[in-house]
Design a protein around this ligand. Structure first.
Ligand code: NZQ
Ligand code: ZN
Length: 398
């Protein structure tokens, strides 16, 4: 295990009993609140009214219409509002896209240049400095943004989708009411659950050895996600299933599985290219890529095979002594799990053909530092292209 720091100070409110704490948390930072939300799901399920009824003593300005794979244009709009109206605190109410938009606005509001500078990989790139505080109400179990320092924003004009990390961007408080996630569609429930699993797998598949605490917690979280995602898909209003998914979302990216295990995230680097070029749902892209990625690296690296076998035995209770066979059985079960959840498991089904695979592969290797960085198995553009070609059509792993 490598050296690491762990300081996750977000006040997490998990349950249905805490709405009266929203004004208490906001009041710590001031009276001027920017209330940010997406395309209207919070109006349809009544959450908007519930939150507004708690904001009596505040000056509230709204910014709505945040789209999935959130856009830099909305960030710029939000930064302008913050500067004009002296906003003290941001209140995103929604999924990861809404919270990530708030994070980018929070950083941009304290910066003189364009907020895209934080995301850009060019010479204009800037590190996040000071930012406005964030108190969020999360409505979708997926990204872990509610308890981490990251945000991901797209610039569809330049076909770029990048993440940033900033010390000051960890939300001050996050409200996770499982009831708010009853209305998440089957498609988004499956995609969000796949995203949580992917965060766990990205943390699990690292070169660092000897991090048993992280890896044992990781396996337990993956088992909990697989069990509860299925329950939530069949019974969307199962409180405990939704609560388990939300809490797993926070813990998967909240520092415990990642601590002491540095290294690049391969499947996310590849998926962000798919989203940037084709605007697909993040968790669906990850579900499609991950089994093909694992299958590909088995052929490249024996160490990888042993770790995938450990994953297969831990998550799917596979009783198989041979590492390669255990690993392949695990990959097949992972693929079947995503299929059972109703995720379209080929690129073709989500509207991606072979035309831009090379371009996306080169971007992923360059921007994700997959060839010369510290990723689990080093990948060239040819490797990534082979993974994407495998992802075009149905697969079987044995
Ligand atoms: O916009 P509304 O109307 O709210 O509808 C949303 C949206 O259409 C809907 N939804 C959310 N909560 C709902 C609901 N519908 C009914 N009931 C509810 N309670 O779901 C759709 C998707 O929402 P979105 O916020 O885009 O989903 P998600 O939370 O999966 O966020 C995805 C974004 O986060 C980024 C992804 O790349 C993607 O851009 N990520 C952020 C990370 C981070 N900050 O740490 C890490 C992740 O790896 C990821 O990259
Ligand atoms: Zn993700």
């Amino acid at each position: 295990m490598k050296s690491f720091e762990y300081n996750v100070y977000t006040h997490m409110y998990v349950g249905s009993d805490f709405y009266d704490q929203i004004p208490v948390e906001l009041a710590k930072y001031g009276k001027n609140v920017l209330f940010i939300y997406g395309g209207g799901s919070i109006k349809r399920n009544g959450l908007y009214d519930k939150v507004i009824s708690e904001l009596g003593g505040f000056n509230v300005i709204e910014l709505s219409g945040i789209e999935p794979n959130p856009r830099i244009e909305k960030v710029r709009e939000g930064v302008e509002i913050c500067k004009t109206h002296n906003i003290d605190v941001l209140l995103p109410v929604g999924g990861g896209s809404t919270v990530d938009t708030a994070k980018a606005i929070a950083a941009g509001a304290k910066y003189d240049g364009d907020a895209w500078d934080f995301f850009s990989r060019g010479p204009e790139h800037k590190a996040v400095g000071d930012s406005l505080p964030i108190v969020d109400v999360l409505t979708l179990a997926a990204t872990g943004t509610e308890m981490n320092r990251n945000a991901v924003v797209s610039n569809l004009g330049t076909q770029e989708k990048y993440g940033l990390g900033g010390e000051t961007l960890l939300p001050k408080a996050s409200f996770l009411d499982p009831v708010n996630t009853f209305t998440v569609s089957k498609y988004q429930t499956a995609a969000g659950s796949a995203d949580i699993l992917s965060h766990l797998m990205e943390n699990f598949f690292k070169r660092t050895t000897g991090a048993d605490v992280q890896d044992f917690v990781n396996i337990a979280l993956q088992k909990a996600v697989i069990k509860n995602a299925y329950i939530a898909l069949v019974t969307p209003e199962d409180y405990d299933a939704r609560a388990n998914l939300l809490w797993a979302s926070s813990l998967a990216l909240g520092g415990i599985p990642a601590g002491g295990k540095p290294g690049a995230w391969t499947c996310h680097a590849i998926e962000h290219e798919l989203s940037a070029f084709y605007d697909i749902t993040h968790g669906v892209g990850l579900a499609i890529i991950t089994p093909r990625f694992l299958n590909h690296i088995i052929k490249k690296d024996k160490t990888a095979t042993a770790k995938i076998a450990e994953y297969a035995r831990g998550v799917f209770d596979i009783n198989e002594a041979d590492d390669t066979l255990a690993a392949l059985k695990g990959i097949q079960l992972q693929y079947e799990t995503f299929k059972k959840w109703g995720i379209p498991m080929t690129l073709q089904e989500v509207g991606i053909d072979g035309k831009k695979l090379r371009e996306m592969s080169e971007h992923a290797v360059k921007h994700g530092n997959l060839e010369h960085g510290d990723s689990f198995v080093s990948l060239t553009a040819d490797d990534v292209e082979a993974i994407l070609v495998d992802s075009l059509t149905e697969s079987e792993f044995h």
